[in-house]
Design a protein around this ligand. Structure first.
Ligand code: S3P
Length: 173
């Protein structure tokens, strides 16, 4: 049974840190698509973008998505762009329950800038990144559950996600 919990959302949403907490609380492993890619490539995401360009990275995301079909009962944190192509939301939902860690654009943008090197932010103005966010939102919106992370700490977000998962389980029982 494909019973993974899949976290999606824009850069700065806290997918990795919330994923770590959730995995611990649920007694599951955390799988990060970005780690699958950097592990396979033996180089960092900025290095991949610089040497090969974005299209290459997106193809690597495709390959990672293919491998996720083998995962069961894990917490999966996806890169911010992974769900944002035709067919991806459906492919992710086939793997388990998809949770969108949403938030006000301003809050996400501030966190993403703080959290270090992100090739999709490099050389882009705030307005450019806002346009990217708006283009991506319809894809994130196709998640099974949404938790608004604006003004919440990691612990609180993880607690909200757990509550939303439990309430969904109760409804489906
Ligand atoms: C990307 C987000 C990053 C990483 C890559 C591309 C994006 O992951 O996959 O830099 O296109 O939004 P985070 O969402 O964890 O920052």
């Amino acid at each position: 049974m494909a019973d993974n919990v899949i976290l999606v959302g824009f850069m700065g949403a806290g997918k990795s840190s919330v994923g770590r907490l959730l995995a611990r609380r649920l007694g599951r492993c955390l799988v990060e698509t970005d780690d699958m890619i950097t592990g396979r490539e033996g180089r960092s995401i900025p290095e991949i973008f610089a040497a090969e360009g974005e299209a290459y990275f997106r193809a690597a995301e495709d390959a990672a998505l293919g491998l996720l079909a083998r995962k069961h009962g894990e917490v999966i944190a996806t890169g911010g762009g992974l769900p944002c192509r035709e067919g991806r939301p459906e492919a992710l939902r086939a793997l388990g329950t998809v949770v969108w860690l949403s938030g006000d654009f301003g809050a996400l943008y501030r966190r993403a800038l703080r959290a270090g090197e992100r090739p999709m932010l490099a050389g882009r103005s705030r307005d450019d990144v806002l346009a990217l966010y708006r283009a991506r939102e319809p894809f994130y919106r196709q998640a099974d559950l949404t938790v608004d992370t604006t003004s919440l700490g990691t612990d609180q977000v993880a607690a909200h996600v757990l509550a939303a998962l439990r309430s969904r389980e109760r409804q489906r029982a």
